[in-house]
Write a protein that binds this ligand. Structure first.
Ligand code: PLP
Length: 619
């Protein structure tokens, strides 16, 4: 008898040990996306790159006619801002120093360095060439080659080194996460119209109960049904009433197809905008398992990943005198990111994604500047390939100006060896760029700066949560005692990530509760806070209510406070003014006084205006 067996290639692949390829999820592609063919013009680009080729084929303008000779800038050193400890319970001297650091200027690290993007670089290698001749020319849709290759390597080796499927994830550059989301939705959903289509064809998008509305506004006009899932501080509930499992398991097909897409802001509800919670690793695994069971694609929008605040839980417990629940032991992955700071963060869904059903959106908007309009998508190669096709016939590529500037910042110019040798020592030093180490140090510095602001704001809000009133004792025997009544005006959780404090106002404790409706009280508070001497503008919870039902039921009870946009001093002042304003508002007992708050009558309209502004600001 033969000591071997014949097996098919497919079965042989199954028998192989080690990572498996990602699942074929092409049944999720929209009709338009599935029908897209590779742009023929772009296929030529690899030929353009052949050194010395006489290019008579493309319709490219001549680079000598670009009016920019160079692009130059003064840039920060990556150490400009002080980090905070990764572990707030770390007793080491270094951790103590970091924890005590203020934002006082340190002249050594605040000095700027100069960068120049030359018109033409002598470097022949396109992966190292950063110059205006290539950056301002038409280019490849996946991104400017040096930046694409730097980011791809960085993402695979340092951001998400534990992607479990064979050969790992791929990336494509975008014009930021708004663009990344629009393209992902275009790739994975069909437009549905009530007049034209059968309800059974209507697709759905699962979102957190309070959500980043720009995404909702992208999905809704396509006819997608926006389906909220109940949340707690971490994010979506996996099980229980209103949870992800509940929604999917008990889906009523008369309302449309069971949703096959989920939009989640994983950091701050890890970085969640607006609620600033954090999905733990355990929660991510549970959510992922449900998505895998019901074949749902996870779109992870994560602009705030690096803004996870390890001090929040302890400080909150300390401020409230509550017991600190022991943190679960840190999750050990097979591969380290190579950086203590990145290892300390709760990692992306990509790291728990054997199926390849996670599409992750990253942006430079919060790490460099929103005006860059630059970001990238990370996902399994087959999904990235379809988004590449969409990019080819829409934005083509992010702006060459920004790609050149960010390349210079991160990678630095790479002059040809002979050219480099001729430069003085000082000049050679300017050719460095931040590199991976500098980039991670920059992120850690930003985390430190925002974490201190968050703590400042929360300290002040914490003190002002209750209205304290001294009453007169009823019995004469108690006349030596003061009677203090404590009215809880609002509550909040110290943000575990992100840029926001999500405050729940308890209007039911207001003296006018029962005489004036809750939503009216809420809008009056909002206007009252904008008046002198308080002068603070909060983002209404209505702005983040994905359905009219959620807006009516509870959206009006919440306001979002951002501690990022104003200076550290202003965070303190504005937080104090907020607390004073809320206190003043809770003293209003006369309905007439409430009606006299200037503009309160039109507040609803003003809030709607602000919502539009919020949409336009995409924040
Ligand atoms: C959750 C979330 N996604 C996306 C964005 C917008 O990102 P971008 O500027 O990269 O388009 C923001 C901005 O505030 C955000 O909070």
């Amino acid at each position: 008898m033969a000591d071997f067996e014949y097996v098919s290639r497919a079965d042989a692949a199954k028998l192989k040990k080690g990572p498996k390829p990602p699942a074929d999820l092409s049944h999720h592609f929209s009709r338009v996306t599935a029908a897209r063919q590779e742009s023929k013009i772009k296929e030529f680009y690899k030929y353009f790159m052949i050194p010395g080729i006489g290019n008579l084929a493309g319709g490219l303008p001549n680079a000598t006619f670009f009016p920019y000779d160079t692009l130059e800038a003064q840039i920060a050193q990556p150490e400009r801002f002080k980090p905070t400890p990764n572990d707030p319970n770390d007793p080491s001297e270094l951790a103590k120093t970091l924890a005590a650091t203020t934002l006082k200027k340190d002249h050594d690290v605040t000095a700027a360095s100069h960068i120049t993007v030359p018109h033409a670089s002598a470097t022949p290698n396109p992966l190292q060439k950063i110059d205006l001749t290539t950056a301002l020319q038409y280019g490849t849709a996946q991104g400017y080659p040096p930046l694409y290759s730097f980011l791809r390597q960085f993402v695979r080796e340092h951001y998400h080194p534990n992607v479990p499927y064979l050969d790992g994830a791929d990336i494509i550059l975008t014009n930021g996460n708004t663009d990344g989301f629009a393209k992902t939705i275009e790739a994975l959903s069909n437009v549905w119209s009530e007049e034209r289509d059968w309800v059974g064809d209507r697709e759905g998008l699962l979102v957190e109960e309070f959500a980043y509305m720009n995404a909702v506004q992208t999905a809704r006009p396509r006819g997608l049904q926006v389906v909220p899932v109940k949340i707690d501080l971490e994010g979506m509930l996996p099980t229980g009433e209103g949870s992800l499992e509940d929604v999917l398991e008990n889906w009523d097909t008369s309302k449309g197809k069971r949703p096959h897409l989920m939009y989640t802001v994983t950091d701050g509800s890890i970085g969640q905008n607006p609620t600033s919670g954090t999905y733990s690793i355990q929660r991510r695994k549970e959510i992922y398992a449900i998505c895998s069971k019901y074949d749902v694609i996870i779109i992870e929008d994560d602009p705030y990943w690096y803004l996870q605040f390890p001090s929040a839980t302890g400080k909150e417990a300390e401020a409230r005198g509550t017991a600190l629940t022991a943190a679960p032991p840190p999750h050990k992955f097979e591969k380290s990111t190579g950086y203590e700071f990145l290892d300390s963060l709760v990692p992306s869904y990509l790291n728990f994604d054997p199926d390849g059903r996670v599409v992750r959106l990253d942006t430079f908007s919060k790490t460099v500047a929103p005006g860059c309009r630059l970001g990238w998508i990370t996902a399994q190669p087959a999904i990235i390939e379809r988004i590449l096709r969409i990019t080819e016939s829409s934005t083509q590529q992010p702006s060459g100006f920004v790609q050149a500037m960010i390349s210079e910042l991160l990678i630095g110019s790479q002059p040809a060896a002979a050219e480099f040798a001729k430069k003085s020592k000082a000049e050679q030093l300017t050719f460095s760029g931040w590199k991976a180490d500098g980039w991670v140090r920059w992120l850690a510095g930003l985390r430190g700066s925002y974490e201190r602001r968050m703590n400042r704001m929360c300290d002040i809000l914490e003190e002002g949560r209750f209205q304290l009133k001294q009453g007169t004792p009823v019995k004469s025997a108690e006349s030596d005692w003061a009677v203090i009544s404590k009215t809880k005006m609002y509550s909040f959780d110290w943000p575990r990530a992100g840029m926001f404090v999500w405050v729940h106002f308890h209007f039911e404790t207001h003296p006018l509760w029962g005489k004036v409706s809750g939503p009216k009280l809420s809008t009056a508070l909002w206007v009252y806070l904008t008046t002198k001497p308080f002068l603070v503008l909060l983002a209404p919870g209505l702005m983040f209510s994905p359905t009219p039902e959620i807006a009516d039921e509870k959206g009006w009870q919440y306001y979002r406070l951002c501690f990022a946009a104003v200076s550290e001093e202003e965070v303190e002042k504005a937080s104090k003014r907020t607390v004073e304003g809320v206190r003043g508002f809770w003293l209003i007992k006369d309905k007439k006084e409430l009606e006299d708050i200037e503009g309160a009558q039109n507040a609803q309209q003003m809030q709607e205006g602000l919502m539009d502004l919020g949409m336009n600001w995409a924040c």
